[in-house]
Design a protein around this ligand. Structure first.
Ligand code: ARG
Length: 588
């Protein structure tokens, strides 16, 4: 990690305070909120007064006098009651920006490879196509995995497929009704089972809703599905073989959908992979007296000192012996803690599952899993329609993710056709542009909000080329690329930085804020800080570009500096968008 200007200044000021026998912390320097009065400010003299150091103005003057020689500070002003305003020297500023600008991570990388972060996101379910609810976890989770990796952590992402619940039993029973003669159903058959799947994804997507509907209205059907699930979990060979096909055909389709979004996972494990750990976890909970029988079921109750229930118990086994969503999650966490040795596990899952994770984590705490591992529910809010209710299709059905992407593409095509951007593109290029614009639209609209907030899905607004949108940022990137291309054609090259005007300073300070925005994003697991930063940067570039007539600049050295500044800005925008999972375009 490169040393920021704030940090260098803070060290100088801390030394000065210390030489006056005052605490070093008072030397903390921040960006000024009044750029006309200074680039940075130190307010330590006022804090010193509270510690009994006397008149803050006098202290501030003493601090200024005690500052050691340096090349960073151009000018200092002491202002009543005791502010110290700092102007930094243009040359040092240029050097700092150059050292950041020529660094691959813009000074952000720290070696955190000894910290293993497992990110559980996506969470798609076998036989169910992904819907709008799966959009947020995919977008936020993917952005977090990119950011944590970029920052230097060891990251492992896992799709944690929903492949072990009652829907599996429903599929088995549903299929039985269609194809009675499959060897998979024969309890005495010892294999080998056919390699080819007896079902396609279309079959599964038909069977699941049918059977699930029947289960709701007919208790006998539901009982059969539960029984089949239990037998599957207990290892009935034909059911396992069939289940494997269900998983495989689903995963193939899911990979296609995630591919379309540009989202990938290191691991494609599922709830079923927790199976080998379930017995161990239950044994430990029973041995420690943490799991108890309750009306035939096995549960972990959560009680306070007065023996009052503080939340509903975690159900480990139902009375028929089947395990639940909470059981597989607890066993998966066990695997992540003791087998994978994760230091941090992030669950990027809908906020409506908060209770579930509270229960799972509370049980894990009771088992002592939190000794070397932290686990967090990195939850997010709901995508609502304009009526304020969870987003649906026009006919009131669930909105499939694939259809949503198509809608966004359609909107992108419309907007691109209406805009006066772009020269002549052939059909393939148009398609690529529409695709990237659509993905940027969906991703930026999602990530720009603090993740725990709900937001209203308004495709038209999200697709605008103006305002805080993905397409706006893509357009700024394409514009800078075009400026640099034109300059190159004219033989003008980027060169040494030497900021002079106010908007160059603004842009420089804006660029230098990148590591700060990134650290906030990591700390809060909240990419909206990065979105905000990139949007501000794009705007700063816009006003810089309006004021500086780069191509007509007669002074070649100055032109070279302006081009270098543009180049660094472009690199940072592309780097930042990439961290959001957004691919940029050369032209649009
Ligand atoms: N499959 C679940 C769902 O669709 C989400 C899984 C989230 N991850 C987890 N470890 N529970 O609701």
């Amino acid at each position: 990690m490169l040393v920021s200007i704030e940090h260098q200044l803070s060290q100088l000021f801390a030394d000065a305070f210390e030489s006056l026998e005052l605490p070093r912390e008072l030397g903390n320097v921040q960006r000024s909120n009044r750029p006309d009065l200074g680039h940075y400010q130190c307010n330590g003299a006022m804090a010193a007064a509270k510690l009994g150091a006397g008149n803050p103005f006098v202290t501030a003057e003493k601090v200024v006098a005690a500052l050691s020689d340096n090349s960073l500070i151009e000018k200092l002003d002491v202002v009543r009651p005791g502010f110290i305003n700092v102007f930094v020297n243009a040359e040092s500023l240029a050097q700092t920006l150059e050292s950041y600008g020529s660094d691959e991570t813009f000074g952000s990388y720290e070696d955190k490879s000894d910290c293993k972060v497992m990110i559980d996101f996506g969470g798609p379910n076998v036989a169910k196509s992904m819907h709008v609810g799966h959009l947020r976890t995919a977008i936020i989770g993917d952005s977090l995995q990119r950011i944590f990796r970029f920052k230097g952590y060891q990251v492992v992402s896992d799709a944690h497929l929903g492949d072990w619940g009652t829907q599996m039993g429903m599929l088995i029973e549903g299929l039985k009704k269609r194809q009675t003669d499959l060897v998979y159903f024969d309890a005495d058959f010892s294999g080998p089972y056919p390699e080819e799947s007896p079902v396609t994804i279309q079959d599964l997507e038909e069977i699941y809703p049918q059977e699930s509907g029947l289960c709701k209205s007919d208790e006998a059907v539901a009982e059969k599905a539960r029984q089949a699930t239990l037998e599957l979990q207990n290892g009935r060979a034909g059911y396992r073989a069939l289940w494997k096909h269900f998983v495989d055909v689903s995963v193939a389709t899911l990979k296609r959908d995630y591919g379309e979004l540009g989202v990938s996972f290191d691991l494609w494990k599922g709830e079923s992979d927790a199976d080998p750990f379930i017995a161990k976890v239950i044994q430990q909970l029973e041995d420690k007296g943490l799991a108890v029988r309750d009306q035939g079921a096995l549960i972990v109750p959560f009680k306070d000192d007065q023996d009052e229930a503080i939340m509903p118990p975690l159900i480990l086994r139902k009375s028929d012996g089947a395990v639940m969503y909470g059981t597989t999650d607890l066993a998966t966490l066990y695997e992540r803690v003791y087998n994978d040795h994760a230091n941090l596990v992030l669950y990027v899952v809908d906020g409506r599952q908060q209770q579930h994770f509270k229960q799972v984590f509370a049980a894990a705490d009771l088992m002592g899993m939190n000794a070397n591992t932290a686990y967090e529910h990195t939850y997010f809010g709901t995508v609502n329609g304009k009526d304020g209710k969870p987003f649906k299709t026009r006919s009131g059905g669930v909105m499939k993710l694939h259809d949503l992407i198509q809608m966004a593409k359609e909107e992108a095509r419309k907007k691109l056709a209406a805009s006066n951007f772009g020269t002549e593109f052939d059909e393939d290029e148009k398609e690529e542009i529409a695709h990237k614009v659509a993905i940027s639209t969906l991703k930026f609209a999602d990530l720009r909000n603090f993740r725990i907030k709900d937001y209203i899905f308004d495709l038209e607004k999200f697709s605008e080329f103006e305002g805080k949108t993905g397409p706006y940022l893509l357009m700024q990137v394409a514009r800078i690329k075009s400026i640099l291309r034109k300059a190159e054609e004219a033989g003008a090259k980027p060169g040494e930085l030497m900021p002079t005007s106010e908007n160059e300073y603004d842009l420089t300070f804006g660029l230098l804020d990148f590591p700060v925005a990134l650290d906030k994003t990591v700390d809060k697991r909240a990419p909206h800080y990065l979105c905000e930063h990139l949007y501000n940067l794009a705007q700063q570039f816009s006003s810089f570009y309006q004021k500086q007539h780069i191509m007509n600049e007669p002074d070649k050295a100055r032109q070279a500096s302006l081009l270098r500044l543009s180049q660094i800005c472009l690199a940072q925008l592309e780097m930042g968008l990439n961290l959001l999972g957004i691919e940029t375009l050369e032209r649009m």
